[in-house]
Design a protein around this ligand. Sequence first.
Ligand SMILES: Nc1ncnc2c1ncn2[C@@H]1O[C@H](COP(=O)(O)OP(=O)(O)OP(=O)(O)O)[C@@H](O)[C@H]1O
Ligand SMILES: [Mg+2]
Length: 163
Amino acid sequence: MIQKILLKSSDETAALATAFAPLLSVGNTILLNGSVGAGKTHFARALISTCLNDINALEDIPSPTFTLVQTYELNHVDIWHADLYRLTSLSEVYELGLDTAFEDAICLLEWSNRLGEMLPKNALTLNLNITEEDLREATLEWEDTIWDTIVVDALKVFNNEKS
Ligand SMILES: Nc1ncnc2c1ncn2[C@@H]1O[C@H](COP(=O)(O)OP(=O)(O)OP(=O)(O)O)[C@@H](O)[C@H]1O
Ligand SMILES: [Mg+2]
């Protein structure tokens, strides 16, 4: 399935992330694609801060550019935020524990194309395409039907927020 939406500002991208936040659960992975500066980290930060805020546990959300992975504990599940731009080999994926995180956690992955065949097949892909300075053409794509209702519900909340 595929859904396209326009994100007219960084606030709108954050609002989309916030709409997804309460709908995610164990085993959900979002692949954040798009060129440098497209808003992948911005989306991940907004999603994580919404989840942490909900349990009164807001903390710094640094970009995982150098650490590759940052993890956050929610009440019943952890969120893994990964930036695989600097991944040097696939064995590092196992060292980091990302393979088990795909099963046990909520994962938000930047530069996930580095994973090749290890990419989880049941993931949702969010591609952010820079069309103008503040404008992003967002494409949501998925095969696993678990995302059907999650995407519909998130877009409903997102569209209500805007109007
Ligand atoms: N509509 C928009 N959506 C998201 N970010 C936007 C938008 N308009 C402007 N921006 C700005 O673009 C920048 C996106 O930076 P961000 O670090 O999230 O990019 P990135 O995709 O993670 O890049 P990298 O590949 O380097 O990790 C931010 O400064 C953000 O404020
Ligand atoms: Mg980034």
